[in-house]
Design a protein around this ligand. Sequence first.
Ligand SMILES: *[C@@H]1O[C@H](CO)[C@@H](O)[C@H](O)[C@H]1NC(C)=O
Ligand SMILES: *[C@@H]1O[C@H](CO)[C@@H](O)[C@H](O)[C@H]1NC(C)=O
Ligand SMILES: *[C@@H]1O[C@H](CO)[C@@H](O)[C@H](O)[C@H]1NC(C)=O
Ligand SMILES: *[C@@H]1O[C@H](CO)[C@@H](O)[C@H](O)[C@H]1NC(C)=O
Ligand SMILES: *[C@@H]1O[C@H](CO)[C@@H](O)[C@H](O)[C@H]1NC(C)=O
Length: 405
Amino acid sequence: MKGPFSLFALAAVALAQDEGSAVLTAIQIQSDLTQLFAALQLFPDVVSTLRSASNITIFAPTDTAFAALGSDAPTGDALAAVLNYHVVQGQYPASTIPTMPTYVQTLLTPELSQTDTALTNVTGGQYVGVVNNGTGVQLLSGNLAVSNVVEADIIQGGSISIHKIDRVLTLPENLAITLSEVAGASTIVDAAIVADLSETLTTVEDLTIFVPNDAAFEAIGSVLATANLETLQSVLQYHAITGAVFFAEDVTNTTSPSLAGNLTLSVIDGAVFVNEAKVIIPNIILSNGVAHVIDSVLNPLATEPFDRASLSPSNSPVVAFQGASPTAVSLGLPRPAPTTTLSVPAVLTSGLATVTGTRASASGSATNSGPAVASASGESGASSQRIVGGLHAAGGLLGVVALLA
Ligand SMILES: *[C@@H]1O[C@H](CO)[C@@H](O)[C@H](O)[C@H]1NC(C)=O
Ligand SMILES: *[C@@H]1O[C@H](CO)[C@@H](O)[C@H](O)[C@H]1NC(C)=O
Ligand SMILES: *[C@@H]1O[C@H](CO)[C@@H](O)[C@H](O)[C@H]1NC(C)=O
Ligand SMILES: *[C@@H]1O[C@H](CO)[C@@H](O)[C@H](O)[C@H]1NC(C)=O
Ligand SMILES: *[C@@H]1O[C@H](CO)[C@@H](O)[C@H](O)[C@H]1NC(C)=O
């Protein structure tokens, strides 16, 4: 610490501390932020981070928001993680928040997850979505939760912005927990278990995963029924990119290596495609990255690289496995019925052209691929017809457990 440069550095730290302290005071004097202020006092580390912070945005849940948590209110390390998740890197006064959902990183980093539980495995900080919906600012967090900014810019000037929100942000959870609650897209959870990839996909750092919806799995039911473990693993691995978290807004016409071969990403008229599959629910934030629900299952066994020029969006969904015939598939694993079914908020898909014409929706049936695909009724329920065990018996991994409707 010598010379004029360090003097400047010290001055900058001193200024930042003044600003950080002012921010804590600004929170303290708000009559509807008493729970937030009290929660901060429990975590000296979080307070000291805020004291020395600059260029951040704090989304401050109101007392009503905390009260609404009831018995779900986090405590201990989980509460510290939740507080860090409410602090976004970068200053975003309300007027700068874009009209397309945009995903920004928070102070909830893997290093700050002090418990054994997976709070985040996203390098550089877990993401939260911000969007100006035309009348106000909304935030998108874990489990497809939406929070509204109820009072924007409660402090002016400086490099820190604070906005009050009406709902505490939800910490993103892992693939298994999150997707099991997304209507029409939960087969992936069983498929990952059967393929012995569940642990990998729920803990690997920085994951972008394309999740075929239930109708897409059904459309290749005949293939799944005879697939061996190796084939199933390679099919699922082909849907996963690790080492990069791509939100839909980040996708350009490009190729990206998956865990089993290259994927061709394309954007056409605002719709996002991976190979021939179309993204129908984008940007589901996970503890270790992001999931995008797509309308068909990607085929890693295709001999030629996918040719973007062959894309025909009006024919989506396309069955990428030649000769596949639809069969209602149940992977037969006993999984407790989810306590909640998440609905997809309109604002999540507002940045993306997702559904036009006759394309299948997340819960719909395929309309362009021959025989109607049976619906996955009872997919996530506790079906008494499910066959348990014998998963690794020879002669078709899924054949053993397939439930033919
Ligand atoms: C503020 O933070 C954002 C996000 O980390 C970064 O992109 C930007 O360069 C920072 N601005 C300044 C002035 O440090
Ligand atoms: C985070 O990722 C690493 C590397 O894949 C893994 O070993 C670890 O278990 C993960 N941690 C959590 C909390 O998921
Ligand atoms: C837009 O955001 C505002 C403020 O967050 C909220 O009150 C309003 O309900 C939202 N509008 C829609 C259509 O969701
Ligand atoms: C993926 O693409 C890269 C770069 O274009 C290429 O070098 C590599 O061979 C491709 N991998 C496969 C499995 O096709
Ligand atoms: C991406 O590729 C598609 C299909 O070839 C094309 O229609 C589209 O214009 C391309 N987008 C960009 C930004 O080049």
